[in-house]
Write a protein that binds this ligand. Structure first.
Ligand code: DX5
Ligand code: ZN
Length: 217
């Protein structure tokens, strides 16, 4: 299991220190939530801050674009240091083209699947992605409750990728903490995003260790 703490729940008054602490605690990636106040009703950060995060971080940056025009901005985030870029299919007129462009710019491409979107919608895109981001909350805010109804869809995604022998990772994002991470990995997710589940706990190393032992690592 790869653990990708979402820095949206970190203390931004000392972001560099938070990044160092969570990396020392065993984070594999950093998940970076980009919101534009248009595709989702919340605003976060832009490429300028991602560039600073890149300077402070050692691990790969997993940039989750919840924005209306990823075709326009994805290149800027890649330039700023994004290693993985996730886009939501409804935000691009031609998602295959967007994903190919992300790969062409040297980043790994990922397609996000909201809780109410059937997997069939992204199935035709699987040849163009390195990862499927299964949303276990509706995007927009950190700290929301995990939607367990998504679990069968994670299983379905895992089976689909296995049946087609695709080198595609499955990531789950939203409401995941040490006490429910096991059901998410059992369903087939191998990259786990956790924001408040890590940054709102007193000791990140203890929490990450708890998460790993909950899944038998
Ligand atoms: C939701 C974001 C998530 C969120 C995760 O819109 O995409 O990445 O920050 O935070 P928690 O783990 O607190 O739900
Ligand atoms: Zn996210």
């Amino acid at each position: 299991m790869k653990i990708a703490p979402s820095i949206l729940s970190a203390d931004f008054t000392c972001l560099g220190e938070e990044i160092r602490k969570v990396e020392d605690a065993g984070a594999d990636w950093l998940h970076v939530d980009i919101m534009d106040g248009h595709f989702v009703p919340n605003l976060t950060i832009g490429p300028f801050v991602v560039e600073a995060v890149r300077k402070a971080a050692r691990v790969p940056l997993d940039v989750h674009l919840m924005i209306s025009d990823p075709d326009k901005y994805a290149p800027e985030f890649i330039k700023a240091g994004a290693n993985w870029v996730s886009v939501h299919p409804d935000t691009c007129p031609d998602p295959a083209k967007t994903l190919q462009r992300i790969r062409g710019l040297g980043a790994k491409a990922s397609i996000a699947v909201n809780p109410d979107v059937p997997l069939e919608k992204v199935e035709p895109l699987l040849d163009h992605v390195d990862m499927i981001l299964m949303m276990t909350v509706f995007p927009g805010f950190a700290g929301q409750a995990f939607i367990a109804d998504v679990l069968p869809k994670i299983e379905q995604a895992r089976k689909l990728v296995a049946a087609r022998k695709l080198p595609v990772l499955i990531e789950a994002d939203g409401g995941i903490k040490a006490d429910n991470v096991d059901i998410v990995t059992k369903a087939g997710a191998e990259v786990i995003v956790s924001g408040s589940g890590i940054f709102k706990t007193p000791d990140y190393a203890v929490t990450i260790k708890k998460m790993r032992s909950a899944v038998g690592e």
